[in-house]
Ligand binder design. Structure first.
Ligand code: SAM
Length: 237
């Protein structure tokens, strides 16, 4: 946790009372005690600091000191990702939030197991929690927006074009003929396939919406590795 994130409603008269994961982290990783200051921010707000006032072993009382540090610039990249297996969802959400992506759509695809759509990892509560973990890691306060689109064709035909208006449209596909571009100077929308890859029909439908199939080369990467490799290549830090 490189940034303690507080919800505005948690702060009253300049103080916040926290418990659970964040309090445990402050104790066991930061080893912060009374009087110590931590970097802290307000969800969807600015970054300042918090001072530990009291720790009773269960809850920690902090005073919050607003700062004028603004969160890092968001990536000009929207992601459209075929829903991965549930145990990968959390890691993916954390990674994309930490890397500065602000819009992500999970879509269906022929090779996505139908049961994945019923997984508890897709609850609003879990998605938010994983995004917050990613923001804490990446020292950012701005919550990404995550949308679920459990029907591929209606989404691609009816809504995708609006979603990626004014962006370069790319679909990552190992057998794509174009190399994935490097260091884009413009906003982009990137589609990423499921574990088994997009089927030909899906690639063709994405191409009718202006997407170009791009490859990272012959090595086929796991989805969570491919996402990080693609983002780093499109928008090097
Ligand atoms: N056998 C599948 C195929 O050939 O499409 C492999 C799918 S891969 C595990 C999952 C997704 O990660 C792909 O659909 C693609 O979006 C992305 N990916 C993985 N390796 C890639 C590469 N070398 N180039 C482009 N995209 C890649």
């Amino acid at each position: 946790m490189n940034l303690l994130l507080l919800h505005p409603a948690e702060i009253s008269a300049g103080c916040a009372l926290i418990a659970g994961r964040r309090a445990e982290h402050i104790r066991s990783v930061h080893r912060a005690v009374r009087g110590d200051r931590l970097r802290a921010g307000i969800i969807d707000g600015s970054i300042g600091s918090a001072e530990v006032l009291e720790d009773n072993g269960e809850t920690i009382r902090l005073s919050y000191h607003p700062g004028d540090q603004i969160p890092p610039t968001a990536l000009p990249l929207k992601l459209v990702i075929a829903l991965p297996r549930p145990k990968m969802v959390n890691r993916l959400l954390q990674a994309v939030a930490a890397m500065g992506v602000k819009q992500l759509v999970f879509i269906n695809s022929w090779r996505v197991e139908k049961s994945y759509w019923n997984s508890p990892q897709l609850s609003d509560e879990n998605i938010r929690e994983q995004l917050l973990l990613g923001l804490e890691q990446g020292v950012d306060t701005v919550l990404p927006e995550v949308t679920l689109e459990p029907r591929f064709k209606p989404f691609v035909e009816d809504r995708l074009s609006d979603f990626c208006a004014d962006t370069l449209r790319l679909v990552a596909h190992p057998s794509g003929t174009a190399p994935c571009p490097v260091a884009l100077q413009q906003p982009a929308t990137l589609a990423i396939g499921p574990e088994g890859g997009f089927i030909d029909y899906e690639i063709e439908l994405l191409q009718t919406q202006g997407f170009t199939a791009v490859t990272l080369g012959a090595r086929i990467l796991r989805v969570e590795t491919a996402v990080v490799a693609l983002i780093s290549r499109l928008y090097p830090a």
